[in-house]
Design a protein around this ligand. Structure first.
Ligand code: SAM
Length: 963
């Protein structure tokens, strides 16, 4: 591995010049989190050597909630109840806080009940008698197992590093870049031997994988239990599941099970559509598993928010009551959405957010406020119906026009309302007459003034008292406190503008949840990343983030969204501490005298009457902004649970690979089942290859399946069946397979890569040799990921082994078992292209500068295995491509990121106006890189993201560059 120089870490702000020496003017900076750390995760390139295997983790539900435990006659519930009562008696005799020295336990069937304190025992006892939601399979499933997988680092991304590359191509800049990636450049042996031991600098994280597996990894590889301050979860709502899976990066107009690809496969529509009613049971198990792990991750003062629609909000709340306990319920937030169109009857225009605390008594809560607006009902803005002239001499009611449009209120006239100056009880020193402007007023025999006579005098001098018939009233001005507390009805959170993802949440919704329950520098997690709204909002508000998704399409969108985002620079209280030191808030007024800062006065009758300075309230969403700085997303990593197959045992068998073993057998069966249901491989341009007679081959050593590919132009009647036992042409027969009519076509072989790993070269080699020996006409290598050398072998299989091969990418969503039933077939298997990349060397302009290089993405070649033709997609027709100008073979550093033919970089371009030539930005929206200098490794890597989110990588040596 090439050694990389690490210079000064980029922490806090570089005030004199922008990071990387940007000239004065509007400069780009990001926040760092110098006080936080996380355990070193290994780069994907060291997987083969990584040995720290962990056994699967078993999670148990709270056994007192098992549906079998009803409190009656012979039921075990009775025994548990009596045991709990005894513990309550015992704990009550202990000194406060009535905790046992060691937890008391009792076995109930498979589960173990644990009681730590009096409160615990009371809680458990209460639960025994509480009604619960039951569903199919719940009683039997008292625990579940999750594989404990390490996370490998696949990419390091940094907007600042990209901007640095654009600034120039000098070698020293190139070296400086690794600190911009926050890459500590650990030697390989450290990564192999000390991974998950070394604390490293904190970097935000995007993770590809099932949330259950990733959360389990965070818990058991990294010990992150109890360290997450807030979780925002926006799961599929459990209805119309298909619409949560957007199959294309650049097409979000998907309707549930209704995209073009589905309608071309009517039998598939039927097979997938009718499963959800039954699937609700698995949906609830799906939610319960994930919520249980989420709870483990939450800090004692932490909160979880679950966004859900009205169809299942009641069920999910029941499940959350079980997992988090009813007493930790903090609220049900109603979020107005634009929707309900086309529905008959009462239009449903709300989604819901369920909010639970890890422990309501220790909850971190920051009150949020909304601005009071004259004429509007919220916060009683409508009650401010009077105006006082600037000289304090004239009072008049607001006109209807002024109420409708407060900008019509003449400047310096102050809106106010008249409120009571009395309270309803006799008090000796305040139930007295009071003289105001020559008239005597009395509060009434059974009432009193709200303040003393001295206080009333002060109010009068401050112009706060007004005659109203036979009594006196208090003038409360709108600007006494121009804000009001938010409630659980959020009808002012605009929907996501310019949505990139079909189910994108509005940023203001997530921002409110985050600002209410976290402080800057806290850690937030989203196990359902989608287009990355939580990460985006966390980045905006200086929170640390981890976001997870099982699909590549949303993660491709989220990466682009974060890399190209710009945010206000909120001033930090302590530069050296990053956001964790807090933001600066100040009191400020605009020209009209309105309070517009993050600190607002809270003037009250009491403060005036007692001659006290008014209280002040902090509006946490209004920190001071440094207008000279454009803030960009800080460095983040792209990680995945998908490692390469590794021989952990050292016995020559790849553990996660296509070796023997029960788990792999089950996995192959599942994949076969999926392939039979969706026997269509998708290519670019809506072309497909259909497989028939998919089945297990007899006596196979390495192959997973065989099938027949109909010759081009041939069509098979949908749903027809082959007579039992009829042989597949050209291949060895097998018994007990699904019968289909005979289709004349080419017999082909399939091999499935590992469930939790990438396809290895060894797997391709062995499968290809067997396929060639058995005279199959083609080998399909199906995997979730593939090692570069394995991919190379696939391409050269025909020449090397004598059988052509094609790599077929399977979507990682497949790992979610049951839910798969509702997935679009168009997303399951796709044939990815191979990038055609041209690397050129040229003399750099300027005297001392040596060679510079340019990469051009000429296109994506997609092989059609049915016609044996190559189809080409132009370089500028891909959704995204990334360039590492100094690839070390371990992890991809995104030095340049291209989003062709989009306006993705436009915000940043505008914000950094003048810093870069237009040509630079044009490169980033095209198919050719900006020039760069040679790095130490002498190697570059290009990663292309295709329309389905598949990632295709090529590596090139600089010495092979064209002149
Ligand atoms: C409703 S979307 C989230 C949208 C997100 N709030 C946004 O603003 O873009 C749900 C996401 O959860 C992902 N998902 C579903 N099941 C998952 C699982 N088991 N693990 C990880 N991600 C999952 C889907 O791929 C989808 O992107």
């Amino acid at each position: 591995m090439a050694k990389r120089v690490v210079k000064r870490p980029v922490a806090g702000r570089a005030r004199k010049a922008g990071a990387g020496g940007a000239p004065a003017g509007k400069r780009a900076e990001s926040y760092a989190h110098p006080e936080a750390s996380s355990l070193l995760r290994p780069d994907v390139g060291v997987q083969a050597q990584f040995r720290k295997k962990k056994p699967p983790q078993r999670y148990r539900y709270d056994s007192s909630l098992a549906p079998a435990l009803n409190w009656d006659g012979q039921n075990p519930g009775r025994e548990i109840g009596e045991w709990l009562l005894a513990l309550i008696r015992e704990a009550a005799a202990l000194p406060a806080p009535h905790a046992f020295e060691t937890p008391r336990t009792m076995r109930a069937g498979e589960a173990v009940i644990e009681v730590r304190s009096l409160a615990d025992a009371v809680d458990q006892l209460e639960r025994l008698g509480r009604p619960f939601l039951d569903w199919a399979g719940k009683a039997e499933r008292v625990s579940f197992e999750v594989p404990t997988l390490p996370l490998f680092l696949h990419e390091r991304l940094s907007t600042q590093a990209i901007l640095e590359t654009l600034k120039g191509h000098k070698r020293d800049r190139q070296l400086d870049m690794f600190q911009l990636f926050a890459d500590p450049q650990r030697p390989v042996h450290d990564q192999v031997l000390r991974a998950y031991e070394y604390p490293d600098k904190w970097v935000n994280r995007m993770v590809l994988g099932d949330s259950l597996v990733v959360m389990s990894s965070l818990l058991h590889y990294e010990g992150l239990g109890g360290q997450v301050h807030m979780i925002y979860m926006d799961p599929p709502y459990g209805v119309k599941f298909g619409s949560n899976f957007q199959p294309f990066v650049r097409r979000r107009d998907v309707k549930h099970n209704d995209d073009g690809d589905m309608t071309r496969e009517p039998e598939m529509v039927k097979a997938y559509r009718d499963t959800w009613e039954l699937g609700l049971h698995s949906y609830l198990s799906y939610m319960r598993d994930r919520l249980l792990l989420a709870r483990e991750l939450l800090s004692p003062s932490g909160s979880i928010f679950v966004q859900i629609s009205d169809e299942n909000v009641h069920h999910v709340r029941e499940v959350m009551d079980e997992i988090f306990a009813t007493r930790n319920f903090c609220g049900l937030i109603v979020v107005q959405k634009t929707g309900g169109l086309g529905a008959s009857g009462l239009k449903a225009v709300a989604d819901y957010i369920l909010w639970y605390a890890r422990d309501a008594e220790r909850l971190k809560y920051r009150q949020l406020f909304r601005r009071k607006v004259v004429g509007l009902g919220e916060g009683s803005g409508a009650r401010y119906d009077q105006l006082l002239s600037p000289d304090g001499m004239t009072v008049r009611p607001l006109t209807a026009e002024e109420r409708d449009d407060p900008s019509r209120i003449p400047s310096e006239w102050r809106p106010f309302q008249l409120t009571s100056l009395t309270s309803g009880a006799f008090r000796e020193n305040t139930t007295v007459p009071y003289t105001f402007m020559g008239d005597v007023f009395h509060p009434g025999e059974n009432a009193c003034w709200k303040t003393t006579v001295d206080g009333l005098d002060r109010l009068a001098r401050a112009g706060r008292i007004q005659k109203a018939g036979r009594t006196l009233r208090y003038r409360r001005f709108l600007d006494d406190f121009p804000a009001f507390e938010i409630t659980n009805v959020w009808d002012d959170v605009a929907g996501a503008a310019d949505k990139v993802y079909v189910v994108q949440t509005s940023t203001s919704v997530v921002a409110r949840c985050m600002l209410m329950t976290t402080d800057p520098g806290d850690l937030v997690l989203d196990p359902t990343c989608g287009s990355g709204t939580t990460a985006y909002v966390a980045e905006q508000w200086g929170r640390r983030w981890i976001t997870i998704d099982t699909s590549r399409v949303p993660l491709a969108l989220a990466r682009q969204r974060l890399l190209t985002a710009t945010f206000p620079y909120y001033q930090l209280k302590e530069d050296g501490r990053g956001p964790a030191g807090g933001f600066i808030y100040a009191r400020r007024q605009n020209q009209k005298g309105e309070e517009v800062g993050g600190i607002v006065p809270h003037v009250t009758l009491k403060s005036i009457a007692n001659d006290e300075p008014p209280d002040e309230e902090v509006l946490v969403d209004r920190p001071e902004v440094d207008g000279k700085v454009t803030r960009v997303t800080g460095p983040f990593t792209f990680e995945a649970t998908i490692p390469t197959p590794v021989d952990f045992e050292g016995d020559g068998e790849e553990d996660a690979g296509a070796g023997v073993g029960e788990a792999h057998g089950t996995f192959v069966d599942r994949m076969l089942e999926v392939l039979r249901r969706s026997p269509v491989l998708h290519l670019t341009g809506n072309r497909t290859v259909a497989l028939h007679h998919v089945r297990r081959p007899a006596k196979s050593l390495s192959l997973s399946a065989e099938a027949v590919v109909a010759k081009p132009g041939e069509r098979e009647p949908a749903g027809a069946r082959r007579p039992q036992g009829a042989p597949v042409s050209g291949a060895t027969g097998g018994a007990g397979e699904v019968a289909e009519p005979r289709v004349d076509g080419d017999p082909v072989a399939l091999v499935f890569g590992p469930e939790n790993g990438a396809v290895s070269e060894k797997l391709v080699w062995e499968a290809a040799r067997e396929a060639a020996a058995k005279r199959y006409t083609h080998l399909y290598v199906v995997g979730f990921a593939i090692q570069p050398n394995a991919r190379e072998l696939v391409e050269k299989c025909d020449a090397t082994v004598g059988v052509p091969a094609t790599y077929v990418q399977a979507t990682p969503d497949l790992m979610m078992g049951d839910l798969l039933k509702n997935m679009r077939s168009s997303q399951i298997f796709s044939v990815c292209g191979l990038p055609d990349v041209r690397l050129r060397r040229r003399k750099a302009k300027g005297e001392e500068r040596g060679d510079e290089y340019v990469v051009e993405l000429r296109g994506l070649d997609v092989f059609d295995p049915a016609t044996m033709d190559n189809d080409r997609l132009g370089g500028a027709d891909v959704p995204a491509w990334l360039l590492d100008t100094d690839y070390n073979g371990l992890c991809f550093h995104v030095c340049q990121a291209f989003f062709p033919r989009t306006a993705a970089w436009d915000d940043l371009r505008r914000a950094l106006k003048g810093e870069f030539d237009d040509a630079v930005w044009e490169h980033l929206a095209g198919a050719a890189s900006t020039p760069f200098a040679a790095g130490e490794s002498g190697t570059i890597a290009v990663k292309v993201i295709d329309d389905r989110g598949n990632e295709l990588m090529v590596v090139k040596k600089l010495e092979d560059a064209e002149e």
